[in-house]
Design a protein around this ligand. Structure first.
Ligand code: EPZ
Length: 416
């Protein structure tokens, strides 16, 4: 089990390049199942989850030629329409092969993802949407079996906003017979990036980025080349780390328009922020002010940034409320932050954080991807050494995080 050792107390300074977005790359890789032509993806991040998805697609028969940060997929010989449990249990996003498989081949056998640390994570909305489009679905022995001669366009209302639910059904609808309207759809930028890629492949999609997406199905989709958008959560994570350590950093190859609520919260905490093209500069002098956050679907404050802001609030001036409205168990980092001396009270989905003048290094354990990012930030500000265990969670969603942080002056090393 690999660990990270961090000597805290060093303000981050310098600049770092932001990688392609994990949560755009994963659905877009699945779009390769929708065509027999070549889908070339660039700016792919070097992440464990991208590797896992690559392996799953190859198991299905998708050919792939990879170079650094780039993979050319070709779905002309896909003959195995199954996503097995032993793979899906390690990466829930594998559910995103379901819509494309049913749409192109009329047949899919995908393991139910099961829960994860942050919640039960059901996929009932994915299934309900495909049924509305005419798929016959049976759930047996932990697998979703879906069959359809040809999916038909339908009007589908999401009673809960679901990012991958929206993405799965948008991909399914792209090849369906007729028009599909997704209502109460997710508005996340990664949904828009997927829609841009599908349009480049010949799909007819409008309304992505709003809560109503209309897809007019076509007979076939052709190949395309698509550059994955920058990772807004990696961007936000580095900005919060710089603010928490009282540093000043510049992010390159990112976008500010997909991070508005995060940038607003950082300014509220006292950071000076300057956006120039694809660069964001943050300067923080002194201690941040405590900021309240409440997570909700985009364009509101992202749940994937909740843990990072909790770390900032642990050492901020004042007290703050952190309210998590998306997942039922996304406070796993609280116990670990308390080991570093944080003062946090939790009541249901609300945490009240009282800012301390400092935290003290300790050994802590990562429980999920964003909780581990929170502990890295806490370790960067804590006095003395912090050792974070189970950092495989971190490697799922942050590309070469210790080398990027070392570039910014952090004293951080990976312990084998
Ligand atoms: C996506 O997960 C992201 N993952 C998550 O990022 C992110 O936290 C989440 O969206 C919310 O923004 C990817 O894009 C690969 P949801 P997803 O479906 O799609 C409930 C990270 O750290 N729900 O939007 O699985 C669900 O339980 C990860 O990068 C149903 O009830 O999330 C949750 O309470 C973590 N039934 C809420 O909706 C369904 O069929 C939102 O979930 C689907 C979802």
């Amino acid at each position: 089990m690999q660990k990270l050792a961090i000597q805290g107390g060093i303000p981050l300074r310098g600049e770092v390049r932001i990688s392609g977005a994990k949560n755009a790359a994963l659905p877009i890789m699945c779009a390769s199942l929708l065509t027999s032509d070549v889908l070339r993806l660039t700016n792919l991040p070097d992440l464990h989850d991208v590797g896992t998805m690559h392996k799953l697609l190859q198991q299905m028969g998708v050919a792939a030629e990879s170079a650094t940060g780039e993979i050319a997929f070709r779905g002309d010989k896909v003959d195995h329409w199954e996503a097995p449990y032993d793979l899906v249990k390690t990466m829930r996003a594998a559910i995103l092969v379901l819509g494309p498989l049913v749409a192109r081949f009329g047949d899919a056998k995908v393991s139910l993802p099961g829960g994860c640390a942050i919640g039960s994570r059901p996929v009932d909305l994915h299934i309900k949407g495909l049924q509305a489009m005419g798929a016959e679905i049976a759930i047996e022995h932990g697998y979703i079996h879906a069959k359809a001669k040809r999916l038909k366009g339908a009007r589908i209302f999401f009673d809960i906003v679901s990012v991958t639910g929206t993405e799965n059904l948008m991909m399914a609808a792209a090849l369906a017979d007729g028009v599909t309207v997704l209502e109460n759809a997710a508005r996340e930028p990664e949904v828009v990036d997927l829609a841009n890629c599908l349009r480049a492949m010949g799909a007819r999609i409008a309304g992505d980025g709003t809560d109503t997406i209309t897809i007019a199905g076509v007979e076939k989709l052709h190949g395309a080349t698509h550059r994955i958008m920058p990772d807004r959560i990696e961007s936000g994570t580095f900005l919060v780390a710089a603010a928490a350590t009282g540093g000043s950093i510049t992010l390159r190859e990112t976008r500010a328009d997909i991070l508005e609520t995060v940038l607003e919260k950082l300014a509220e905490a006292g950071a000076q922020i300057k956006v120039t093209g694809d660069a964001i500069r943050l300067e923080m002098s002194g201690r941040p002010k405590a900021v309240n956050v409440r997570t909700a679907p985009h364009p509101a404050f992202p749940t994937d940034m909740q843990a990072q802001f909790m770390a900032l609030n642990c050492i901020a001036d004042g007290s703050a409320m952190v309210v998590e409205t998306i997942f039922e168990n996304r406070f796993m980092h609280v116990q670990e932050l308390r080991r570093l001396g944080a003062q946090i009270d939790v009541e249901g989905n609300t945490a009240v954080v009282r800012g301390m003048s400092h935290l003290d290094g300790a050994t802590v354990m990562a429980t999920d991807l964003r909780a581990s990012a929170c502990l890295v930030i806490a370790g960067l500000v804590a006095q003395g050494e912090t050792v974070i265990d189970r950092i495989y969670h971190l490697d799922r969603g942050y590309e070469h995080i210790e080398s990027k942080l070392s570039q910014l002056g952090a004293n951080i090393r990976r312990l084998k």
